[in-house]
Design a protein around this ligand. Sequence first.
Ligand code: CTP
Length: 384
Amino acid sequence: MVATRVLDALRAGLCGRRLIVAAEGQTGVWLVGGAVRDILLGREPRELDVAVEGDVEALARRLGDVDALHERFGTATVSAGDCRYDVARTRSEHYPVPGALPDVRPAPLAEDLRRRDVTVNAIAVSLSDGGVEAVPGALEDLHGRVLRVLHDRSFEDDPTRVWRIARYAVRLGFAVEPATARLAAHARPGAVSGERFGHELRLSLGEDDPCAIFERLRELQPMALPEGFDPRPDGVAEALSLLPDDGRRDLVVLAACCARMSLDLLQRWLDHLQFPAADRDLVLAASRWVTGAPLRAANTPSQIGRAASGAPVEAVALAGGPNARRWLDELRHVRLEITGDDLLAAGMPQGPPIGAGLRRALDAKLDGRAAGRAEELAVALGER
Ligand code: CTP
């Protein structure tokens, strides 16, 4: 029943059919992890996770373009058109230091399943013969919509699993089994590198409801997020509704959550998490805009322009309110027909007066007092 559902779902899709064809003639090829879980829940898997008792590279090359091949872990990421595959040699893991990356060695599937994070991710279906293997209780937990770690050291081995469980709980609507929640409360997030922690944060920001994930995470592990981080700040829904298509949804959410953190702490935290400098600076800037005071106080289009121009769209969206909407939808697109060269040609000296003249002309245009080139030029030159 389980195998039939999974294999039928694979056959029904292009990516699944491609996998079945690539696996023909090779034994020990299993669909596993999130892909099996999602298919059995009636959800579209995000990518197909494949475990191989044998030659990973041969299967990966038959499947499509090998984007990355990690000899140390025996893993390959493969793409073929819109299809994404994670192919991995079945392995056991040993964590020499809590929170560090594990030592791995090839092992049979049963051992590979036992090293995983939660029972519902430890179900495998054979592409060779339709066999099913799972850790004890996995199918029952899937049916009961429960997240349960496989052993008591799970969070010690890998504290990022607290993040994963918070993400699954929110995305799938699953409950965290009480003993698992107790173990999560004792996890030591500090044992994980900033880079891995940052990766988990970025994955959460890419989900449908990151704030619900942060709330769940904080319930599970109060130390996982820094002091002052507000998992569910006011105004996020409005900011996201205001955000134009060229804005970054993930950074708006993060900036809103970080509005009450001191700038210094926030900068150190984002650097620790290895945020790219441009993203970090945007979050720093936008996080200070949540009150939106100067923008909200503006009474005319030119005042709105002066309050908002130069700010990233994410910051303006966070300020919220009708002035933010007007800037984002309409006023930020207003452009002068004249340039500084026109002012120079008209005899204005090089230097700050040029910028001030252009600013005057833009104010007038925004307020409807200058239409067309000639009027813009006259305002910029101080003739009207
Ligand atoms: N896994 C694990 N512990 C981790 C990371 C991964 O046990 N810290 C295992 C899980 O069995 C997981 C599988 O590796 O299902 C694949 O990892 P990943 O693609 O991150 O998990 P998915 O469940 O497929 O994630 P998503 O649904 O978010 O794509």
